[in-house]
Ligand binder design. Structure first.
Ligand code: ADP
Ligand code: UDP
Length: 240
């Protein structure tokens, strides 16, 4: 009997069913996209690096009170996750100004944001992921008030855990995007946490070590991700 059926192919990951109805296989592909999928390239080793990176972070978050979908690593480029009913909004937390915040509000890049900011964006590439707010989320029933409160609470809890983890490695967690979904056990953090969905700078030199290297054609994209992984103590398989 066939146990694995392709359920969904996104821009960077593919989800397959498994023999457990409650679990999916999440394959991290080498595909790297930016600008709502208008720029796409294959970057060697990226799927593997992001899989190990995500596993490490999700385990840290679970240990520190942020429940999430990660179950276990299945292969170098894939993990088993709990199947979620995804909430179609992205939650962005920022510690330093960068990216769309600077473009939208004319804020100088690198400004420290105190307190950190929180934004919701609708997950919709055709509409370029427009910013939304609690009122729109409730009216269009993308999530309930309880979901909204929990997403905000967990998004800031993630910041408490990860800001310190990165700073201890001499790195600034500039901003990050999270996605949540519903599970019988409650709301869980889903999707991924990797340099594809966050910004990380060297604390001293401000060297960019995340997907902005790809967006801005800076080169050495996966090398940047690997440098962060190595500085966080994440063990990556040696590729010949
Ligand atoms: P995108 O859909 O933005 O192109 P990806 O390539 O990362 O992104 O695809 C992963 C998709 O899987 C996303 O749409 C995400 O919301 C969804 N997803 C992530 N984790 C889970 C999960 N545990 N259960 C179901 N869907 C998930
Ligand atoms: N982000 C993401 N997926 C998206 C939009 C943003 O992972 O569809 C991440 C992005 O990598 C950054 C943070 O969310 O770490 C904030 O992104 P921003 O709003 O600044 O948008 P960008 O400038 O990347 O378009």
């Amino acid at each position: 009997m066939e146990t694995q059926k392709l359920l969904y192919t996104g821009k960077a990951k593919s989800l397959y069913t498994t023999e457990h109805p409650d679990q999916l296989l999440c394959v991290f592909r080498n595909d790297t996209s930016a600008f709502d999928g208008r720029k796409i390239e294959q970057l060697e080793r990226k799927g593997m690096v992001n899989n190990y990176f995500n596993a490490f972070i999700m385990q840290k978050l679970a240990e520190n009170g942020v429940p999430n979908h990660f179950v276990k690593i299945a292969k170098d480029d894939a993990s088993i996750v709990k199947r979620l009913d995804m909430i179609p909004v992205e939650c962005v937390v920022r510690n330093y100004a960068a990216g769309s915040l600077c473009r939208r509000l004319g804020i100088e890049a690198g400004l420290e944001l105190t307190p950190p900011t929180f934004e919701f964006f609708l997950k919709n590439d055709e509409l370029h992921d427009p910013m939304v707010n609690d009122s729109l989320i409730l009216t269009f029933k993308w999530a309930t008030q309880q979901d909204i409160d929990q997403m905000k609470k967990y998004a800031f809890a993630v910041n408490e855990v990860l800001k310190k983890l990165f700073l201890d490695a001499g790195l600034l967690l500039v901003d990050y995007k999270l996605e949540f979904g519903r599970h019988e056990s409650g709301l869980l953090l889903g999707d991924e946490f990797s340099p594809d969905g966050c910004r990380i700078w060297d604390a001293k030199t401000k060297k960019v070590l995340d997907k902005d290297r790809f967006r801005k054609e800076m080169g050495d994209v996966v090398e940047g991700y690997e440098e962060v992984a190595q500085r966080l103590g994440i063990k990556l398989p040696q590729v010949a």
